[in-house]
Design a protein around this ligand. Structure first.
Ligand code: GTP
Ligand code: MG
Length: 400
């Protein structure tokens, strides 16, 4: 039976429309995933990822019981500066970290706050772990961040702060008018390691509310840091908003000119000063690539931060006022400090720790991971992929 011409035309139009839709779907930007940008040939996270080279300490053959007086734990703590109102999000972070790692090793938690923790906060966080929780410094009557560490320093002119914050707001710099955000960045940059509760510790792992951990990690990460003489460990490497740090690099150069011996022989200068991948960033930041370790995850050696070089660097920056007149974050400050004063061989990419702080991820290709897609670097709009600085890091520093 012959099909009427209009029906045939309609059929052909439907087929064409379907083909067009299929083509569009294939072209549409992915809402998750990473694009190979800035000249990266292949994302190393797509290679099968296992544990770092050993020897590694495991909970099966060592004593990691929470109350053991002779436990195999090294001198380390999980730390978080956090607000009472972030309790649920923090418990969610702890749930992930306990499930993937800490239920085996029982490292203690230390929580910091500029306000007293509520009883509910203490009860719910302690209920989330078998490990010990400490709230500030339990041996002091004042359990808070010391006032002199949190208060805006005397040399900051508040009129100038307000004026500068207004200008940063106009450039869409997030949280620039929020004084507590500046205080938090300053504390995380150069004061956390002076808190009395951390005095006896050597290593810390920083956690934040509402972050995710995706992969089972079966070795003692702190012991790995110690045995391999690691100074700093990270998961994610990003670009910063250059408008938030225009004078950070010029102040850094001044500090270096006065202290040339502080520069480590095997430093990360090229990563810090790259002007090829994002020349505009380098220009606005006056010579700094703005590449940084995303410090909401970091595992570090407190002796490095407490040491003469990093602490003198922080003091210099603090006096320059940029934590308030600009919006210097602890991420670029730690990164520049580590990049200049540490040995690059002692900085470790924890590629095997699956991690997410919205909107970026570190998601390895490993059967030990679930809940993220291997190689996924961001979740959301594809413009986020531009913030990925890992290609520059891999190029100049490596994938270790
Ligand atoms: N106690 C206390 N903690 C704070 C304060 N401001 C920030 N924090 C904590 O410091 C860490 C970083 O602050 P966030 O607000 O998450 O900053 P951010 O990660 O740059 O911003 P988001 O992308 O919104 O998460 C988090 O663990 C917060 O809980 C504060 O005023 N007091
Ligand atoms: Mg955060």
């Amino acid at each position: 039976m012959a099909i009427a011409r209009p029906i045939r035309m309609l059929g052909a139009a439907c087929i064409l429309l379907c083909l067009f839709l299929v083509f569009q779907l294939r072209q549409a930007p992915s809402t998750v995933g990473s694009k190979l940008i800035h000249g990266m040939k292949r994302d190393p996270l797509l290679d099968p990822t296992g544990e770092p080279a050993g020897p590694l300490w495991r909970a099966d053959d060592k004593d990691y019981a929470p109350d053991s007086p002779n436990s195999a734990r090294t001198n380390a703590a999980l730390i978080s500066l956090v607000r009472n109102e972030e309790l649920d999000d923090l418990v969610s972070t702890m749930g992930d970290l306990e499930r993937t790692w800490n239920h085996k090793f029982n490292y203690p938690y230390i929580f910091f706050n500029d306000k007293p923790f509520t009883e509910e906060f203490k009860k719910k966080t302690q209920a989330a772990t078998k490990a010990k929780c400490q709230y500030g410094n339990a041996t002091l009557t004042n359990q808070l961040v010391p006032k002199e560490h949190w208060e805006v320093p005397s040399w900051i002119n508040m009129d100038l702060f307000r004026e500068s914050a207004q200008m940063l707001e106009e450039q869409d710099i997030q949280y620039s008018s929020k004084i507590s955000y500046h205080q938090m960045c300053r504390w995380n940059s150069g004061l956390f390691y002076k808190h009395p509760a951390l005095e006896k510790y050597r290593y810390y792992w920083r956690i934040e509310p509402n972050v995710k951990f995706f992969c089972d990690v079966d070795y003692d990460v702190f012991r790995y840091m110690q045995d391999n003489n690691k100074t700093y460990g990270f998961t994610i490497n990003l670009y910063d908003a250059p408008q938030s740090i225009p004078s950070l690099w010029p102040r850094t150069r001044e500090f270096l000119a006065a202290n040339p011996d502080y520069l480590s022989e095997n430093n990360m200068w090229q990563w810090l000063t790259d002007d090829v991948a994002r020349p505009e960033h380098n220009k606005i930041a006056n010579g700094y690539s703005t590449c940084h370790f995303w410090s909401n995850f970091e595992i570090g050696d407190l002796d490095f931060f407490r040491g003469e070089k990093y602490d003198a660097y922080f003091q210099y920056l603090d006096r320059a006022g940029g934590f308030f007149y600009e919006r210097w974050g602890d991420a670029p400050v730690h990164s520049i400090g580590v990049g200049l004063f540490a040995d690059a061989a002692n900085v470790h990419w924890f590629r095997d720790i699956g991690y997410n702080h919205i909107p970026f991820l570190n998601c390895p290709n490993s059967p030990k991971c679930s809940g993220c897609q291997a190689g996924q670097m961001y979740a959301g709009e594809s413009f986020l992929g531009k913030e990925d600085c890992r290609p520059t890091y891999f190029k100049y520093v490596g994938t270790h």
